[in-house]
Design a protein around this ligand. Structure first.
Ligand code: SAH
Length: 380
């Protein structure tokens, strides 16, 4: 039975620790997936984690002021009330320690913390990403303006207290927005990105690129997706919503060719670089909207054998489903992080002639409401 106590549980609301054991949480996720998509296909048993703590390799904290000092924490669920957090049970412990050090440095250098109400101040957020295999660590300091007082001293003190940090980036976010990162990055130390190894492949990850937050479970998830794609070596695969190209690259050695489609230009740059790094010659990447790209393909009488989609939480769109059906794949592998939008999308796919056959839930986010599901669909 997996249970630990969290001192912030009553105020934070970011996870469900304290509301039952890990096993109960898993059973609840299984029920939710079964209820949502059990009517479409067989749902396998959820794959959980052996040790479901400190799994997040991406850690984010927002800075605020309390009792005349800077603190780092998270907004209580659904509010704008900052809950200072020192050690989170689901986040990487090394990353939590770095957040504390950065908060101390902000106080000792007397750097102004950004105030969302007045729009004044400098330091807004911190984002830390860690390559779980490589142990490389990226610290992104999000500031409201380009000016960063005591920058060089700040960076050298941070590095001397945490020699494990491999790169430090300043990200400028001068917009009144709930988005954490702005578009401008300035590398203050190191390469400006980290690398990680996943499914035997080496990936470069930039500050703004999407990368799964739970490395161990991501491998389990991708393994299921590869198995579901049932590739024989000759297929044309389109990996849509491909991010930095992880799923497509993990499939490339089993396919004829892979085309990755992704909207975020920085992620596509990473993806291209990643293909080179891993000597994968049969994959290429396109920076485009996935629906538009597939529509263009079908207008040019191009076909695909397998389509993989891994959309954000809001799921796919009816237009995407029609565009996918128009390139006539014999099977579709849907990697979903939201059973509710998956249910809606499976209905659209059914109407477009694609029936779900089997689903595999994977627990990527223990102690939260989120659950990931790989579903394979066949043309009926
Ligand atoms: N498959 C990747 C990334 C999944 S996250 C992985 O496993 O790491 C979803 C991705 O979809 C994000 O990178 C986002 O930028 C991208 N995206 C969102 N809308 C899109 C669209 N309309 N067309 C193409 N990509 C899109």
């Amino acid at each position: 039975m997996c249970q630990e106590n969290c001192p912030y549980e009553k105020r934070c609301g970011a996870c469900r620790i304290g509301q039952g054991t890990y096993e109960e949480g898993l059973a609840e996720k299984q029920r939710r997936v079964q209820k949502g998509i059990g009517k479409y296909c067989r749902v396998n048993k959820i794959q959980g984690m052996y040790y479901p703590f400190h799994y997040r390799n991406k850690v984010h904290a927002v800075f605020g002021r309390m009792k005349n000092a800077a603190v780092a924490g998270t907004y209580a669920e659904g509010t704008h009330e900052l809950v200072p957090i020192k050690d989170c049970l689901i986040e990487d412990a090394q990353a939590s320690a770095i957040v504390q050090t950065v908060t101390e440095l902000i106080n000792s250098f007397k750097i102004w913390v950004y105030n969302e109400d007045t729009g004044r101040g400098i330091m807004r957020h911190i984002l830390i990403r860690k390559g779980m295999s490589t142990k490389q660590i990226m610290v992104v300091l999000v500031t409201a303006c380009v000016e960063f007082p005591h920058k060089n001293n700040f960076v050298s003190q941070l590095r001397s207290r945490h020699p494990e940090i491999t790169t430090i980036v300043q990200n400028v976010n001068d917009q009144q927005t709930t988005m954490v990162l702005g578009e401008r990055n300035k590398t203050l130390y190191g390469a400006g990105y980290i690398e990680d190894v996943l499914c035997g492949l080496r990936f470069r990850i930039s500050p703004n690129s999407f990368y799964q937050v739970n490395a161990a479970q991501t491998q389990a998830l991708y393994k299921k997706a590869i198995q579901a794609a049932a590739l024989t070596g000759s297929e044309t695969v389109i990996d849509t919503y491909c991010g930095i190209g992880t799923i497509g690259m993990a499939m490339a050695s089993k396919a004829g060719q892979v085309i990755g489609v992704e909207l975020n230009k920085q992620a596509v740059r990473d993806a291209k670089e990643n293909a080179k790094r891993n000597n994968i010659g049969n994959i290429h990447f396109i920076a485009a909207d996935a629906t538009e790209y597939m529509t263009e393909m079908s207008e040019n009488s191009m076909r695909a054998d397998v389509i993989v989609l891994d959309p954000p939480r809001r799921g796919s769109t009816e237009e995407f489903v029609h565009a996918a059906a128009a390139v006539a794949p014999s099977r579709i592998v849907y990697v979903s992080c939201n059973p509710e939008t998956l249910e809606r999308d499976l209905e659209w796919f059914k109407k477009a002639g694609y029936k779900a056959k089997e689903a595999w839930p994977v627990d990527m986010f223990p102690f939260t409401d989120a659950v990931e599901v790989v579903t394979v669909l066949y043309r009926s």
